[in-house]
Structure formats: structure tokens, C-alpha cells
Write a protein that binds this ligand. Sequence first.
Ligand code: PLP
Length: 430
Amino acid sequence: MKRSESDRLFEHAQTVIPGGVNSPVRAFRSVGLKPLFITKAQGAYIHDADGNAYLDYVGSWGPMILGHAHPAVVEAVRQAAGKGLSYGAPTEAEILLAEKVISAYPSVEMIRMVNSGTEATMSAVRVARAYTGRDKIIKFTGHYHGHADYLLVKAGSGATTLGIPNSAGVPQSFSEHTLLCEFNDFDTIIQITQEEYPGEIACIILEPFAGNMGFVPPVQDFLKKLRALCDREGIILIFDEVMTGFRVAKGGAQEVFSVIPDMTTFGKIIGGGMPVGAYGGKKEIMSMVAPLGSVYQAGTLSGNPLAMAAGLATLNELFKPGMYDELARTTGRLTEGIRTIAQKTGTPMTVDHCGSMFGFFFSGSPIHSYEQALACDTARFNRFFAKMLEEEIYLAPSAFEAGFVSLAHTTEDIDKTLSAFENILRFMAY
Ligand code: PLP
């Protein structure tokens, strides 16, 4: 497979951009390869600078649930662009997108648009601290909430992939209020909230399905127990649904588990591929945000008209009848197929999905924690990843990322993927 043009661009990029990329995990370092430079994307496929077309399971890390360059979204953006790129003043589209999100998330009574998931989680935590008058927060190891200083502690995604779970440049004092717990380990949470820091915790923030240490669902009743604990202790429960929102179900993880958080953060899908994030929750809590309340949070480009247009067009398509059933069916075909192939080839693997978010580990036992995720066979994943790329199937370049299926993925696409899986796993058989 020709990669010379991507390699040339990568050489060039490294002279002006740190590591040649604008977000670390894109560099393919953890899989020991060089990144592909993309020239266009259409439907379920992305095309690189050497003219190769790959079946894409990254979907820009989540937003592209309709597939790339969906005509309705492209047209909406085109029309918006013709009316001006940014006003820095309110528009009706902002109300429409806010209402659209609220309609699917009963826990969200008011919502504020920002420009990224990072801004959304950072702002939600600020509001939770202001509302409770407490400083300490709980996050889970391996969960990623963007790159705010105090949230980059034992974070997943690129921070895990590159082996830098704690970033340099973050003063110790900035993260001293961040307390760490293991996902799915309720006993430690009880100990920290009730024995070590009673009355001091402002919020618990988590990915309700972890997606940044691979795909790791919560164990039975974990979220329900968290909800009850937060009620007892006056702690704000924040579901970071930047990845899972409109992905695992229309109403996100909170719909799947019937657990109502106090606050929710969004990103990815609600921007349809444009830079958007949002945070919302109960009216009483969101009334803390300026100019209504005393929590300052602002943005030159927040609620940008092109971004609102892309988000609205995306949700309009997604809300059409049958879309989530189709996504779950296609993704189920993929994960069932992988499970069967793993058995047939004697490969120790665990695989799971919810809606159109999926993941697999080269591990014989189920994964519930960050520690267990880190213990999976990453060397095997890296060899597997390289072979899949040769078959023109584009998975996330790390053993610690979730995968995404879009409405543009056809049954034939899934079967083509499964056949590549089978050939490669046979070749790599134990
Ligand atoms: N929260 C979660 C759960 C995420 O997966 C991400 C990004 O992948 C973020 C927050 C940060 O979002 P962004 O990259 O838009 O800043």
C-alpha cells in the first residue's frame, strides 16, 4: 500500500507542528506507525493523500454518526455560511439546538453551548463547585474529560496511550482537590466520600460508559448506587456524555440506565463535526451561570451559527424513526461477528457494544477497571491494527479507544470488516 505522500506530509508537519499533529493520539505513536494524512471523507470511508480509501470506525472520534459529508448537514452548513460565519450575538439556531438536546435529556432543563468537550467539563465542574461551595471533586482513573489541568490526572485517551497519565506543567496545587477512584469500585467511593472527606466533595464526574480506556461499561447498578450516594451526601453527579451522548442511545447513558444526573456534558455528535460542546442540568444549578449567576463562563465563538446548523441538521436526521435501531443492529452484527471469530480462532478477546459505540480488548477476561484495561495485550493490538490498516480498515490507533459505527456503514461494510478480522486473527493465531 502506498503511503509516500502521507509520509512526506508528516515529515513536513513535524517541522511546524509539535509531533506533526494537533492532538496527540492522531500521531499513531502507540501503534508504532506514522499517521495517514486525510484529504476527504464520504459516508463510511476516509481517503488519504495517497489515494487509499479506508472503512472508518473512528468517525472523527465520535461526531460522525451519520457518516461523513452527510448531504443534509453539508447543505445546512453551506446555507449558514452564506449568511455570515460568526456574529458574537444570539441567534434562533442556538435556541433550537438547546431545545433539541433538552427534548432527549429530561435531566437537562437549561444548557450552555461552548466550543469543545474540554470546555464543557471544565465549566460544569466550576458550576458544581460554586453550587455546593465545596472544592474537592472525584474522577475515575482512565476516564478522560478533556485537558483542563485538574482533570488531567490519571486520564484516559491520549494521556494513557502515550503513557503520560499526568501531564507536565500542572502545578501540584492545581490538582490537589482532584480525588481518584477506580471505575466500578463502589467501596472506595464510599470510603472517600463518607470517611475521608465527608461534606467536602462538590461533584463526581464520570464517563457513564468509559470510552477512553477502551470501551468499558459500568457494572450492574454502579450508576444507581452513585446516584443514591450523591443524593445522601449533597454531591453533584456529572455524567460526561461528550462521547456517549446521542451515541449509546438517543438519550445517552442516562436513558440506558434510567439514572438521572444533576449535570450532563456534551460534545462530538451535537456539533455534527463542527467544534461544539455543551453543559446543562437542573435549572436551579444552571442559574448559577453568568449573566444569571456568579459563575463566569464565556466564548467568542460559542453558539457559532455554522456549528449550530451542523448540530441541528445532524440531530434532525438522527431523530428520524428507526435510526437508533439500525445503528444498534449494524453494530451488534459487528460485535457478534468478532466474538464468533475470536472463539473460532482461539483468540482471547472480550468485545462489547451499546448502541453504535463498541470496543474490544485482547484479554480473556472481562474488563471492568483501568488496571485491567492496562493489562490487556497491547503488543497484539498493535500488530492487529497494522494489519487492519493494510486491509484498508481504519480503527482508532490505540488499544484504549472505543470504536464508532455510523448510519453510513452497510451490512456489506460490516461483513468486509469481519472477513478482515478473521483472516488476520487466523494469521496471528496463538
Ligand atoms: N469528555 C469525554 C468523555 C471525551 O471523550 C472527550 C474527548 O474525547 C472530552 C471530554 C473532551 O472533548 P474535546 O476533545 O472536544 O475537548
